[in-house]
Design a protein around this ligand. Structure first.
Ligand code: ACO
Length: 390
């Protein structure tokens, strides 16, 4: 870790602190969420994530993130209605999805579709708060429809139109599977969406803020954020966790696999975090759902393997502050719910779109262009060598 924060000299010979990957650098003040990485505490606008997971819904949490306060009864009803009325996406956008190669990466399809959606917003360049809140609601409502359509396109099935009488989470599952989910499945997904909705200056949120800080537009910021979330060091890890479990194959092979990864200095996916040096509070909640779903489906293998990986990782690298992150148990939760592995990261986006849009709006309220510096440690005054002399 020591070499990741070190003193270096800039071009004028002045000593400066260099934090690789901007570790610990404060880039802005933000009122949206707060993380205590030592104690394992996550708050959305001051409320502990456990409270929201136990009592709120994704719709209410989204209102809270966008509007800085919890809604009253009628405000929540109106907001839910607003989200429902924006579930349809333009037919041309659905045609765009139909035109994509069926075997393309689901996150690439999502990124390109979000970009395409912006072309159907005649005011996309207007960055007032009112317009951006309208746009945020439209994006949050459209993401499940787009992701479900992408999934159906990839599996060669016809799209399923959104249902007005289902919640955000239940409607998403309905559009993916073509049938209404059980109450429990809808509840589990609703909580998973709450848990993934925001998380400080994570890579994708920071990406969105950097893009909007040039006074670009929300669609550009969100498509860039989707691109960032896709990476296996960030949101792409949930799908990698499932690949890991499948690669290991059985409980008796877990020890050998994990020990080999650690010995060869390879990461075990779903573990470690830039901010948390203890148990991620979201992983704690998701591990309980994973256990319940394992019991309900009668297929406890994947949950037991996950517990075993956790046990070995605690024993071997717990003292270095490496614990399960949000992606570790969300993988088996989604798997037990019968969701395709390629959908895991897009589902993360279906949730994080709430946080991304809240951050874009917040960034614009007190905007300053993000423009850090890089130190050039190479040679100077290098002569230009004509092409024939090289
Ligand atoms: N498995 C094994 N060792 C690990 C892991 C892991 N998953 N994560 C960190 N470490 C070790 C590193 O090898 C390194 O050890 P060293 O100091 O002896 O060289 C030390 O912990 C620090 O690791 P970094 O990669 O420098 O830590 P950083 O803060 O940059 O990384 C990250 C955070 C990228 C999340 C990292 O832990 C990782 O790659 N995890 C696996 C991928 C993953 O699960 N990503 C999802 C994160 S949550 C999210 O984005 C939604």
């Amino acid at each position: 870790m020591a070499d990741k924060v070190r003193e270096i000299f800039d071009e004028s010979g002045q000593a400066i602190e260099f934090r690789e990957g901007l570790e610990g650098v404060v880039a802005a003040l933000s009122m949206i969420s707060s993380i205590d990485g030592e104690k394992g505490i996550l708050l959305y606008r001051g409320i502990p994530i456990e409270e929201l997971a136990a009592h709120s819904t994704f719709e209410e949490t989204t209102y809270f993130l966008l509007n800085s306060r919890l809604p009253k009864q009628q405000e929540l009803r109106d907001f839910e209605q607003q989200l429902k009325s924006h579930r349809q996406v333009p037919a041309a956008v659905l045609d765009l999805i139909r035109s994509f190669p069926a075997n393309a990466n689901a996150m690439d399809l999502l990124r390109t579709t979000v970009s395409g959606l912006g072309l159907y917003d005649p005011d996309s360049q207007t960055n007032t708060v009112e317009k951006n809140i309208e746009r945020a609601i439209n994006l949050i409502a459209s993401f499940p429809t787009i992701v479900a359509a992408i999934q159906r396109r990839r599996s060669g099935k016809e799209f399923v139109a959104p249902q007005q009488d289902l919640s955000h989470a239940a409607n998403f599952l309905y559009m993916v599977n073509g049938e209404a989910p059980s109450e429990y499945a809808a509840k589990v997904l609703d909580v998973a969406l709450i848990l993934h909705a925001d998380h400080g200056f994570n890579a994708s949120t920071f990406t969105a803020r950097v893009v909007i800080s040039s006074l670009s537009d929300m669609y550009s910021a969100i498509s860039a954020a989707v691109g960032s979330l896709k990476g296996p060091l960030h949101g792409g890890a949930n799908s990698e966790v499932m690949s890991t479990l499948q690669e290991i194959g059985s409980l008796d092979k877990v020890e050998e696999y994990v020990m080999n990864r650690l010995a060869t200095k390879q990461k075990v996916m779903g573990f470690g975090h830039r901010v948390y040096h203890t148990y991620d509070p979201r992983a704690r909640i998701l591990s309980q759902f994973s256990q319940k779903l394992a019991q309900q489906t009668g297929n406890t293998k994947w949950y037991e393997m996950s517990r075993k990986i956790e046990e070995i990782m605690r024993r071997e690298v717990g003292s270095k502050g490496i614990y399960p992150n949000v992606d570790f148990y969300s993988a088996t939760v989604y798997y037990y719910m019968g969701l395709d592995q390629d959908l895991f990261t897009p589902i993360f986006a279906v949730s994080r779109i709430s946080g991304w849009t809240a951050h874009v709006i917040e960034q614009l309220q007190n905007n300053r262009l993000f423009r850090p510096r890089a130190i050039y440690p190479g040679p100077k005054n290098v002569p230009y060598v004509p092409i024939n002399d090289r």
